[in-house]
Design a protein around this ligand. Structure first.
Ligand code: TRP
Length: 455
């Protein structure tokens, strides 16, 4: 078997991991949750939860992966004890399955983003665009297939010449696009109302359970936690790096882009309202999120005259790039397993696994009505937090403390002296599992979960 891949530098890892973290969750999910959860209050809760709950779990994943330098199943086995091997392997497999499920619906949505980008380009060129922007099964299938082809193509080229190369190319473009769009939208009438709502937190909402739960699942999803993505990316980090610092940089980038995306999408919504587009329904609730992105924003772009097509094109290119640097990190989880544990070549495993997940996406497209929401909820609201708890359990309770310290010391010999080491181990032992479990139990009883999944 060929040598295992590794990121060529610290920056390469930070861009690839940030590329994974920054995705539709930041640019679509976050602003919409902000708008429907009391503006700045949600932003505040989300940032706090990212640092106190999500960052410690991100670190757990990175440290396990870097220790084992292997796929999620092997990595989990490497830190398991004799009695916990079964559970360790199961956690790895479950993560892999969850990553695949997330990719199956993510690629459908990403396909729609790409079709809107192509549609805007075609109107820019004076060609018809209606097939690209109207809902149809043919369009969903064609663009989902195209998106899978790109994702598989990048993953099959390997860690350094695929994932790293494309993340380092695309992330700067993404940041540039987002900033240019923010500046442009801010100059339009109506934008200032959006800014005001975004920046003035209604603190009375900070303790509402719905808001806290939304913020928690957002924080998990946004940092790509609870499936092993970060564990696998961690396995490609060199032993000479200081992990807590790398993890903090990734978390900060993720929050930073989410906050920036809010500065783009929320003012844009109010510009749309100013131009006569409806954004709140009769009962005063924000209209459903799919329609917000695929109807409200396009109607806004239409009211912008000549600039509209260009802005629309740039916006959907931004979305597509964000989605692509994330989807490669999802596919990498099962591909790393096929490669490391089963010895299948990277090219072959990327295509086989990618096509299998694409087949499942097709199943979702044919059964959109009930399957889509079921898969989203099962994977993101149940599996991810639960697997996150299992990761904490292994790092906090199963893994020998001196071995854990030894791994962290690799890139930071005075680790014992750091604030991180004084606080974090107890944190993953007690605080994270207890809070995540409490929120999980609160949010479902199992019956309701099964109902949601099968209805
Ligand atoms: N974090 C990405 C986003 O915000 C999505 C993502 C990539 C992801 N890899 C993941 C989510 C793994 C969960 C698990 O869009």
């Amino acid at each position: 078997m060929a040598a295992r891949g590794e990121f060529s530098s610290r920056t390469a890892f930070v861009l690839a991991a940030s590329g994974s973290a920054i995705g539709l969750g930041n640019i679509w999910g976050f602003p919409i949750k902000v708008a429907s959860n009391g503006g700045g209050a949600f932003v505040f809760t989300y940032i706090v939860l990212t640092f106190i709950l999500a960052y410690p779990i991100l670190m757990a994943e990175l440290v396990i992966g870097r220790h084992a330098k292997a796929d999620t199943v092997k990595s989990m086995l490497s830190i398991s004890g004799p009695k916990t091997r079964g559970l360790g392997a199961l956690t790895g497999y479950w993560g892999m399955m969850t990553a695949s499920l997330i990719l199956s619906f993510y690629a459908i949505v990403a396909g729609w983003m790409m079709s809107h980008a192509v549609g805007s380009l075609s109107s820019l060129l004076g060609l018809p665009d209606s097939w690209f922007v109207a809902e149809s099964m043919g369009r969903s299938i064609a663009f989902c297939a195209l998106f899978f082809t790109l994702t598989i193509g990048i993953v099959s080229s390997g860690v350094a010449s695929g994932i790293e190369k494309w993340s380092t190319r695309l992330m700067p473009v993404l940041i540039l696009l987002i900033i240019s769009l923010i500046i442009y939208i801010a100059t339009l009438p109506g934008a200032s109302q959006g800014w005001a709502i975004y920046l003035q937190p209604d603190f009375s909402k900070v303790t509402e359970p719905d808001l806290v739960l939304d913020a928690l699942s957002q924080a998990f999803f946004s940092l790509s936690l609870g499936v092993g993505t970060m564990m696998v990316y961690g396995s490609y980090i060199s032993k000479s790096e200081n992990l807590p610092k790398l993890g903090a940089t990734v978390a900060a980038m993720d929050i930073g882009i989410a906050v920036l995306a809010g500065m783009l999408v929320i003012p844009a919504m109010y510009v749309a309202q100013h131009n006569g587009v409806v954004i709140y329904d009769e009962s005063g609730n924000l209209i459903e999120s799919g329609r917000l992105i695929f109807n409200v924003l396009p109607s806004l772009f239409e009211t912008m005259g000549a600039a509209g097509n260009t802005v629309s094109f740039l916006f959907f290119v931004l979305m597509s790039i964000a989605a692509l640097t994330s989807s490669i990190s999802m596919l990498e989880v099962p591909v790393a397993y096929a490669n490391d544990s089963l010895g299948v070549s990277r090219k072959k495993s990327a295509w086989l696994v990618g096509l299998a997940i694409f087949a499942f996406s097709l199943l979702i497209i044919f059964n959109m009505g009930w399957l889509f929401d079921g898969v989203v909820n099962f994977a993101t609201q149940f599996s991810e937090p639960f697997i996150g708890i299992l990761f904490c359990f292994f790092v906090g309770w199963v893994w020998k403390r001196d071995k854990l310290l030894g791994e962290l010391k690799e890139g930071k010999p005075d680790m014992e002296e750091t604030f991180f080491w004084k606080v974090w181990p107890a944190y993953v032992r007690f605080v994270c599992p207890v809070i995540v479990l409490a929120l999980l139990v609160r949010s479902f009883d199992l019956v309701e979960l099964l109902n949601r999944f099968f209805n």
